[in-house]
Structure formats: structure tokens, C-alpha cells
Write a protein that binds this ligand. Sequence first.
Ligand SMILES: NC(=O)c1ccc[n+]([C@@H]2O[C@H](COP(=O)([O-])OP(=O)(O)OC[C@H]3O[C@@H](n4cnc5c(N)ncnc54)[C@H](OP(=O)(O)O)[C@@H]3O)[C@@H](O)[C@H]2O)c1
Length: 174
Amino acid sequence: MKTILLMAQSLDGKTARHANHFPDWTGTADKRFFARRTRTAGVVIMGSRTFDTLGKPLAGRKNVVLSRNPARQSRGDHLVITDQPPEAILAALAAEGFQEAVLAGGATINSLFARRGLIDEILVTLAPYVFGRGVSLFDDDVALDLKLLKAEPLDDDCICLHYRVLGGPLSAAR
Ligand SMILES: NC(=O)c1ccc[n+]([C@@H]2O[C@H](COP(=O)([O-])OP(=O)(O)OC[C@H]3O[C@@H](n4cnc5c(N)ncnc54)[C@H](OP(=O)(O)O)[C@@H]3O)[C@@H](O)[C@H]2O)c1
């Protein structure tokens, strides 16, 4: 089971201007890329705040939303609300036959998976903005060593950086 973090960020490393910022700034090419990659995986894992910015489940993909709020309700297999640990979520998805899962934010849930060593690859679209302040890819308690696998322009403005996660800081795998 491979976990791929898939996000877009400004040049100064912000994924949103504020917690409720709707991710409509990334551009058409990135949106297409996100749709294609998540449809290939078949499942997207995200935190409840990210889910709320989308407003509804992503069509054609299984949506796994982390939340401890009992008022949030799952809807069949398409929308699963869970407070299970990441390891149990990934094990259940593997048992269902998924070979990879896209982790789609936000910083809280990305960090939860990263601290447990559960992110295998990172795909980040660099969009042509500087936000100055805002939400980051991770919170401040995460350190990862990465290996750049590919840098691919998505259009004239955006570039997608593809990394493999080697491990913790200054990983011996490098
Ligand atoms: N640019 C991009 O590509 C991109 C992508 C995704 C998100 N974003 C941005 O990121 C921001 C949201 O990030 P965020 O860090 O604030 O929130 P988040 O990671 O999306 O969600 C956090 C929520 O997850 C739930 N949660 C946290 N830990 C949990 C655990 N161990 N078990 C179960 N549930 C848990 C809690 O929800 P409950 O209160 O419901 O329990 C918590 O409030 C938004 O602004 C969004 O636009 C940007």
C-alpha cells in the first residue's frame, strides 16, 4: 500500500491563505492533474477541515475523512468518516484492494501520517503566488528527507515536483 501526498502550494510554501480558504487558486492544469491522479488511486484521505473547504465528496473516488466529530456521518462506501489511526485506515483500504491512496491534506492530517512514517511519495504543485502567511504543507513538528524523482511543468505557470520520502532527518537511506 503506497501513500502519496498530493498538494498545491504557493512559492512561499503555503497551501491556503487561511483555514477556510477554498483551493480554487491552483489553476486548471493542476485541477486536471489532481483529478487524474486521485482517480487512478481511487481513494482520497483528508482531514475534516479540508473536506469542508471542498463542500462535498469528490465524485468517482472513495473519500476517507478523518474526524472525531460524532455528528459527521459516513455515506456508504463513498464517504467514510473515521477516527481510526492512520495504520488501521491504510490496512482497511489495502484489504479492500486499493494499491495506493492519495493523502490530500491539510497540514494536520499530513503531519499525522508523516510523523508515523506513512507517506511514501509527495507530489507538490508549485503555483505562481506568494501568500505571505497561511497554512503550510505540514505543521511545525515534522521533518522528512526527500529525493527528487521528477520536476514536470503542468502548464506555463505551474510545476509539479515529485519526491520519494527517504525517512526522517538526514536519513541513512540517502
Ligand atoms: N493547496 C492544497 O493543495 C490544499 C489541500 C488540502 C487542504 N488545503 C488547505 O488546508 C487547510 C486545512 O488544513 P488543516 O490542517 O487546518 O485541517 P485538516 O488537516 O484538513 O483537518 C483537521 C481536522 O481533522 C480532524 N482530525 C485531526 N486529527 C485527527 C485524528 N487523529 N483522528 C481523527 N480526526 C482527526 C479534526 O476534525 P474534527 O474537528 O472534525 O474532529 C481536525 O479539525 C484548508 O485551508 C485547506 O484549504 C490545501
